[in-house]
Write a protein that binds this ligand. Structure first.
Ligand code: DI6
Ligand code: FE
Length: 402
């Protein structure tokens, strides 16, 4: 077998469900994984990387981020510390709306620069594929501007970016008390334009008392379907709107947050194969105390993914391994579940299962080498866990910027 590069002497965690290979190799050819196995079967090649017994995992996949925005929400953080709730701030015109003002005022190049800086930090934490949502533009031109900036991040950094149109994130100020008219705009103009310009890989909405009703969400999903775009949903974050059931009825790739998910939602997601994306960063920042129904999701065999939910309001973090730690500590996931949540199941939440998320022959050679030796060792430190090396399509050039 000819290989361009062989990573040797690695503890290989393929995230396929197969046991850890204690002393293994991964051979890469043309940017794809050519073979994986124990060292005894490693092919000879000229270019080798000695992993020196470190843990080799699939590159992490951050399947839920709001990476494109301008401005800061540090003041709101202080308000919440002195007692204001997230909902109160949102209803008073702060929260998402304040980020919308700053994002509308920023140029595409300014947004690109800010987003690139954030994406580089994600990369330094082992993320090789990232989903980026719009949702801070909330008008036709600004939503498309955000999606274009997101696409450019992928080209600039050589990582995979999947874009999601989240025009239904909040009702913009010019549509105050006219949410249905804003949904008309989304359905008649924003979704068709994003589809026409191939700027969106999926469509998302925030189904919530402070977001959009299930009926409005359904209209957004119908339009996505008309334009051939798969859907995802911010569901059951603050209250049970039966959003997950609605999402499953549209064969959603994922339903995300889910603290207030009910039994019917669990069953509907299981039937539809919709991934449950859990977001411990937002849970932590909002001091939420209601846990997503993890045991019920497990029992129904709903795939569970974990993501950063990076956004300036409720999850200002770019530390993917810290989210795995929090998924274990706050949600009681096992370290193996947390890592599968950031690899295999995250790939599925983006519709990328065929090419991403596991170390298997034929898949894209997206890999991360960690300075530790087990699932548990990866998840147990609270912060400051970074890969020593990241490979994207087999390219070793992606040295994390520390
Ligand atoms: N739920 C969240 O946690 C983020 N969006 C959403 O629908 C928060 C976005 C923000 O506060 O800026
Ligand atoms: Fe989110």
């Amino acid at each position: 077998m000819r290989a361009d590069i062989v990573i040797r002497n690695a503890r290989v965690l393929a995230c396929t469900g197969a046991p850890l290979i204690e002393s293994g190799f991964v051979a890469v050819r043309d940017g794809r994984i050519a073979a994986v196995g124990p060292m005894a079967e490693a092919p000879a090649t000229e270019r080798n990387v000695d992993a020196e017994g470190r843990l080799l995992t699939p590159g992490l996949i951050d399947c839920h981020t709001h990476l494109v925005y301008a401005g800061s929400r540090a003041l709101e953080f202080e308000l919440r510390l002195s007692g204001a709730s997230y909902e109160e701030i949102a209803r008073a015109g702060g929260g998402i709306a304040s980020t919308v003002t700053a994002t509308r005022a920023a140029s595409e190049d300014e947004l690109l620069a800010a987003t690139l800086a954030r994406a580089r930090v994600l990369l330094a934490h082992g993320v090789t594929t990232v989903e980026i949502k719009s949702g801070y533009g909330l008008d036709l031109a600004s939503e498309l501007k955000c999606l274009r900036a997101a696409r450019r991040v992928g080209h600039e950094l050589g990582i995979d970016v999947r874009t999601t149109l989240l025009a239904a994130h909040a009702v913009p100020p010019e549509f105050k008390a006219r949410a249905d008219a804003y949904v008309d705009l989304i359905v008649n103009e924003i979704i068709p334009a994003a589809a026409r310009e191939k700027l969106a890989d999926a469509v998302d909405a925030f189904c919530e008392t402070i977001g959009f009703t299930p009926a409005q969400t359904r209209r957004v999903f119908d339009a996505a379907r008309t334009h051939g775009l798969p859907v995802k949903l911010h569901a059951e974050q603050f209250s049970n709107q039966r959003g997950a059931t609605l999402a499953a009825a549209f064969n959603a790739l994922s339903a995300d947050h889910l603290e207030y998910l009910d039994d019917e939602g669990v069953a509907a997601m299981a039937r539809a194969g919709t991934v449950a994306v859990l977001l411990p960063g937002a849970f932590y920042c909002l001091r939420e105390t209601t846990l997503p129904p993890i045991d019920k999701l497990r029992a129904a065999r709903v795939p569970i993914a974990i993501a950063t939910d990076h956004n300036p309001g409720t999850s200002p973090t770019l530390d993917a391994p810290l989210m795995m730690n929090m998924a274990c500590t706050l949600f009681r996931l096992t370290p193996a579940e947390a890592l599968e949540g950031f690899t295999r199941h995250a790939a599925r939440a983006l519709g990328l299962s065929m090419t991403h998320g596991t170390i298997e022959a034929g898949k894209q050679a997206d890999l991360a080498l960690w300075p530790c030796d087990s699932f548990a060792a990866l998840c147990y430190p609270v912060g400051a866990v970074r890969p020593t090396q990241v490979f994207k399509r087999g390219s070793v050039g992606l040295a994390p910027a520390h």
